[in-house]
Design a protein around this ligand. Structure first.
Ligand code: UDP
Length: 223
């Protein structure tokens, strides 16, 4: 039978930056609500949505460690906790508009959220619940982009969709370089050889090894 939609199960990566919007605070509730509404409209079509949420709006381990000499593992633990804050906020927002949502954390915080259990996550998705994966991979020295690629592979999602603050992949940072050019499609090879900082290299290679397509804007061609 023909699939009604291009994808049945998607992994949405929501970066911390995206949640902050132009707000001076860490989270802009209007942005969070806009994301919740979009997710709601997709789940209503029967498409399963899992989310990996970032934490860069609150804390980035590598930059703190770099600036302050704070031990990187400790800094990254704080960074992962930041993603849990975003996840709980996003969950509360989604549930306020009636989307059943579960948060699963990569390390245990059982009073606050479920621990990550792959089969359970898949079951939630099958029941139409949105699953938010928090605390990244649970390991320091990784990023939530890598967590997105990892969870995507684990739950057999068909694509990683990245919600960030730019409208696509550019050949340079469009916020800094006015001549930056939007790339309609880009191969894994180009990302690594041209050093396009779309996602970090660990995430890109994980996607590549598992044939996971990624997208930062609406599709322009079937590739
Ligand atoms: N982090 C980590 N391991 C992971 C994912 C995240 O240590 O698997 C920490 C790391 O310190 C990172 C912070 O959590 O800086 C926030 O995640 P990230 O920077 O990926 O968030 P985003 O850029 O998407 O907002």
């Amino acid at each position: 039978s023909k699939k009604p939609y291009r994808w049945q199960r998607v992994l949405l990566k929501v970066s911390g930056e995206a949640l902050a919007g132009d707000h001076t605070e860490n989270i802009d509730p209007k942005i969070t609500m806009a994301i919740a509404r979009e997710v709601a409209s997709v789940t209503r079509l029967g498409v399963e949505v899992a989310i990996v949420v970032g934490g860069g709006n609150i804390f980035r381990g590598a930059s703190w460690a770099g600036c302050t000499g704070l031990d990187r593992s400790s800094a990254d633990h704080i960074g992962m906790l930041a993603t849990v804050m975003n996840a709980i906020f996003l969950q509360a927002t989604m549930e306020s508009i009636g989307i059943p949502t579960r948060v699963q954390t990569a390390f245990r915080m059982s009073e606050v959220a479920e621990p990550y259990i792959r089969r359970r996550a898949v079951r939630h998705l099958e029941k139409g619940r949105v699953v938010i994966f928090a605390a990244g991979t649970g390991n320091p020295f990784f990023t939530t982009d890598t967590a997105a690629a990892l969870r995507c592979a684990e739950i057999n999602a068909e694509v990683v969709l990245k919600a960030t603050t730019v409208d696509g992949v550019y050949d340079a940072d469009p916020k800094r370089n006015p001549n930056a050019h939007l790339l309609e499609t880009v191969s894994y090879h180009e990302v690594t050889t041209r050093d396009l900082s779309v996602m970090d290299m660990t995430a890109i290679t994980l996607c590549q090894e598992n044939n996971i397509p990624g997208m930062e804007r609406p599709p322009v061609s079937e590739t």
